[in-house]
Design a protein around this ligand. Structure first.
Ligand code: ZN
Length: 82
């Protein structure tokens, strides 16, 4: 039951950027690694998918480089994302 790197769709965390103070950095919901948009080394995270609406970034799906959790970032746009 302790298989690691077993990718499951259910392990998706959602982070709402409108609820984050400061520069947009946030800890991984699972392991606590600080994921910062200013970190361009991709050591702490990898961008998996970006979704763009009306030429604006709407969603960003990334993977924590430490624990492999999939994290969905929402809240780039001012309008609510359903
Ligand atoms: Zn993590």
């Amino acid at each position: 039951m302790m298989k690691k790197a077993d990718v499951k769709k259910s392990m998706m965390y959602t982070i709402d950027l409108t609820k984050i103070d400061g520069d947009g950095a946030f800890p991984c919901p699972k392991c606590g690694t600080i994921i910062s948009p200013d970190d361009e080394t991709e050591e702490n995270y990898q961008i998996i998918e970006t979704k763009v609406k009306n030429d604006e970034l709407a969603e960003l799906i990334l993977m924590c480089g430490k624990c492999g959790s999939t994290i969905k970032l929402v809240g780039f746009l001012s309008q609510p994302v359903e």
